[in-house]
Design a binder for this molecule. Structure first.
Ligand code: XUL
Ligand code: CO
Length: 444
């Protein structure tokens, strides 16, 4: 096998382009269900799923945790930070090409060293954007979204756009403006805001009203600048309820959408929904996707999964087919991902230390969503589940029910109908029946 690589050497030697081999393959480095060019409902799987690789987890997270030091030694850790960043870009594009992902996502600080000053930060980032651009052009891999990491550096410990100190707010603008410029250079399809430190640790020392107004002000300025330089894609807010802050302002999809509307940002902003963030907020993944779909604000998806026993963001590769099916039901019913994609905001476990593990994690995630897509397509096209759902609302399709739904009844008229109708008959919700039907689709 000849090795495919982008720079001077291969960073994943001995691993070639991951093939589709089908469900009976026992090759761990092959897709079992993700067949990129297979057509489902008029589009190829790759067009439906728009997989993206997260730079931060795949090429930056080294296994360090609050209790232990790094477990992963990257071959792109050159002592000169810019040389290391270029080598990391080579490794990343080698990986994107071999796994067959059409998109990638990054934070500014994932791809470029911060440098000793704001000016050096900008200089490094723009140089690295040039490096990324040439690799995009060489491979055809595209930028799904980028963002500014305004949560890791100590200067952001009290927040970025919501920091009580204006000096920090303006410093965050250095990164966000540069990241918007880089998005334009690289033809990004979306731009993301995740407010990791935009929340509070203690309400006693926090003016929540002032902080959230500053956040909106900051987002309006970023929107105006993005539009001024020609960015036409959606700006995406990624909700999360907590971690690292005790309470994050963009708690969940419903909160983020309420905020977007309250601030008059609905023409430009949508949501990027992450599975593990939805579950941290006490919802299912599908719930937060549905909230966005109903509001016409489903922008993109961070595809990962949490651990149902843990109350934190474990960012595991998705393997739960049931969750992926529920997600794909919402996504397909909403007309697909449009400018968004499925970004694997997922990291290897700390003790997954073989080079092939990064491939195996992504293969599992891609196969899981390929299964979800195929099953969702069957369920939608057969129409049985939809009919069962619609049947529950049948009483609103004609007569007084339709008049109510159309706003044609007064409270007095509604009461009179209720008085005349007598005690309503009990109507079963048929939850067990519908769940059993789903299992037939999965295993029948
Ligand atoms: C953190 C998280 C981020 C965002 C981008 O939980 O999900 O990586 O996706 O900043
Ligand atoms: Co995320």
């Amino acid at each position: 096998m000849s090795d495919v690589f982008i720079g001077e050497r291969a960073y994943f030697p001995g691993i070639g382009k991951i093939p589709y081999e089908g469900a009976s393959s026992d090759n761990p480095l092959a897709f079992k269900f993700y067949d990129p060019d297979k057509v489902i409902a008029g589009r190829t799987m790759r067009e439906h799923l728009r997989f993206a690789i997260a730079y931060w987890h795949s090429f930056c997270a080294n296994g360090a945790d609050p209790f232990g030091t790094p477990t992963m030694a990257f071959p792109w850790s050159h002592h000169d930070p810019m040389t290391a960043a270029v080598q990391k870009a080579d490794a990343a594009f080698e990986f994107f090409t071999k796994i067959g992902a059409d998109f990638y996502c990054f934070h500014d600080t994932d791809v470029s060293p911060e440098g000793a000053s704001a000016a050096e930060y900008e200089q490094n980032l723009f140089r690295m954007a040039g490096e990324l651009k040439s690799r995009q052009d060489a491979t055809g891999v595209k930028l799904l979204w980028n963002t500014a990491n305004v949560f890791s550096h100590p200067r952001y410990m009290n927040g970025a756009a919501t920091n009580p100190d204006f000096a920090v707010v303006s410093r965050a603008a250095v990164q966000v403006k540069a990241s918007l410029d880089v998005n334009m250079m690289l033809g990004g399809a979306n731009y993301v805001f995740w407010g990791g430190r935009e929340g509070y640790m203690d309400l006693w020392n926090t003016d929540m009203r002032q902080e959230t107004e500053h956040l909106a002000q900051f987002l309006r300025m970023a929107r105006d600048y993005g539009r001024k330089i020609g960015f036409t894609g959606p700006f995406l807010i990624e909700p999360k309820p907590m971690e690292p802050t005790k309470h994050q302002y963009d708690y969940d999809a419903a909160t983020a959408i309420g905020f977007i509307r309250q601030q008059g940002l609905e023409k430009d902003f949508m949501c990027n929904i992450e599975s593990n963030h939805a579950t941290l907020a006490g919802h299912t993944f599908a719930h937060d996707l549905q909230v966005c779909a109903d509001a016409d604000m489903l922008g993109s998806v961070d595809a990962n999964q949490g651990d149902y026993q843990n109350g934190w963001d474990t960012d595991e590769f998705p393997t739960n087919v049931y969750d992926a099916l529920e997600a794909m039901m919402v996504i397909l019913s909403n007309g697909g991902l449009k400018t968004g994609g499925l970004n694997f905001d997922a990291k290897l476990r700390r003790n997954s230390t073989d080079a092939e593990d990064l491939f195996i994690g992504h293969i599992g995630g891609m196969d899981t969503f390929a299964l979800g897509l195929q099953l969702a397509d069957r369920i939608i096209s057969e129409g049985k589940v939809k009919a069962m759902k619609q049947n529950r609302y049948e009483s609103f399709s004609s007569g007084d029910g339709a008049a109510f739904a159309q706003g044609k009844l007064s409270m007095e008229e509604l009461r009179a109908i209720g008085m005349a109708a007598g005690e309503p008959a009990a109507t079963s919700g048929k939850q067990e029946k519908i769940r059993n039907l789903i299992n037939q689709y999965l295993f029948g």
